[in-house]
Ligand binder design. Structure first.
Ligand SMILES: Nc1ncnc2c1ncn2[C@@H]1O[C@H](COP(=O)(O)OP(=O)(O)OP(=O)(O)O)[C@@H](O)[C@H]1O
Length: 307
């Protein structure tokens, strides 16, 4: 199946001479939830802004549903809904007016049935006549999504959809996103909450210093890079890991009372059996142990930090 968004050799150099994107290649599949992760300043907003036609590329080409975003701007742009990070709406307008007006901006004829559906899907129907200013933060965010969906886009960009939102509301937002995906919308989200990507995404792209350094199915990524960690709590404090155990690359905790050992569950041998016997031979006694599976967060930190 052809990708719904295709980005090839995209570069962006700002007027200051700063190269914010360096030869980005990225295909987004129809119907997927794609999470774009990256540290501050990595280029996420720049990339989204260019795809959405808000900023110009310096080099490269982007097509949306086959439409070139420059040569065929209107057709390309009308396929996209963008929910920006900042909430900006007219505080004194009603929800209904705000969302209907957005549709008009795309030159689409009025379609009250569609607006009603969007508001119902986002649990805003009973608020349709309320002024935006009277809504809670979570409702305002949902209004931003409703605005972005008002012109029936096939693609929705969510830039940090749950920044500063409490856990309860965040979960509500995840539900909304899943409902949209089930209705056939392709979703690209940026997030600093890695558990959000872990929870939601079908695929994950990591951008760092203007380059895509990884694109992978979430499940594959977690399986491929996921490590397990064994923590051994010691009966007595160690000042240093005994040299005889150097091969295990143990990490000693700051208080000297625990060592951690990283191992690969898919390897032929985990090395745990020999580690335990070598510890005993070195006179190190263990009082307790626990194991932990690395999270997407650990994986993310390790790839972004890698030279
Ligand atoms: N208008 C501009 N002129 C010059 N440099 C810019 C401009 N806009 C962004 N940059 C720089 O481009 C780089 C990428 O910025 P961008 O906003 O795309 O990052 P981001 O990944 O979205 O970061 P964050 O997670 O902090 O939102 C940063 O170093 C930023 O300082």
């Amino acid at each position: 199946m052809s990708p719904i968004i295709s980005v090839s050799n995209l570069s962006k150099t700002y007027g200051s001479g700063f190269k914010a994107l360096k030869g980005i290649n990225l295909d987004i599949n129809r119907g997927e939830i794609f999470a774009l992760l990256g540290p501050n300043g990595a280029g996420k907003t720049t990339l989204i802004s260019i795809i959405c036609g808000i900023a110009n590329p310096s080099e490269g080409r982007i097509t949306i549903g086959g439409h070139d975003i420059i040569g065929d701007y209107r057709a390309a742009r009308s396929m996209i809904g963008l929910v920006p990070q900042e909430l900006h709406t007219d505080a004194f307008e009603s929800v209904w007016a705000t969302v209907s007006f957005s549709r008009g901006l795309f030159g689409k004829p009025k379609n009250p049935a569609h607006i009603e559906k969007v508001l119902r899907d986002l649990s805003l129907w009973d608020k349709k006549d309320d002024k935006i200013i009277t809504l809670s933060g979570g409702m305002k965010r949902r209004v931003m999504i409703a605005k972005a969906l008002s012109h029936e886009p096939q693609i929705l960009f969510l830039d940090e959809p749950t920044a500063g939102v409490d856990v309860e509301l965040r979960k509500g937002m995840w539900e909304v996103v899943r409902t949209l995906q089930a209705a056939g919308v392709t979703i690209i989200l940026t997030t600093h909450y890695i558990e959000e990507a872990e929870e939601m995404a079908d695929r994950i792209g990591v951008i760092n210093k203007g380059e895509i350094i990884l694109i992978e199915d979430k499940a594959t990524l977690m399986q491929k890079l996921g490590k397990k960690q064994l923590t051994l709590h010691l009966q007595s404090k160690l000042d240093a890991v005994p040299p005889a155990l150097a091969a295990y690359h143990l990490e000693l905790s700051d208080d000297g009372r625990a060592v951690t050992y990283d191992y690969d569950t898919k390897g032929d041998r985990t090395g745990i059996t020999s580690l335990l016997s070598d510890l005993r031979n070195a006179g190190v006694r263990i009082s307790d142990l626990d194991t932990r599976q690395s999270s997407l967060e650990d994986i993310f930190v390790s790839i972004v930090r890698a030279p």
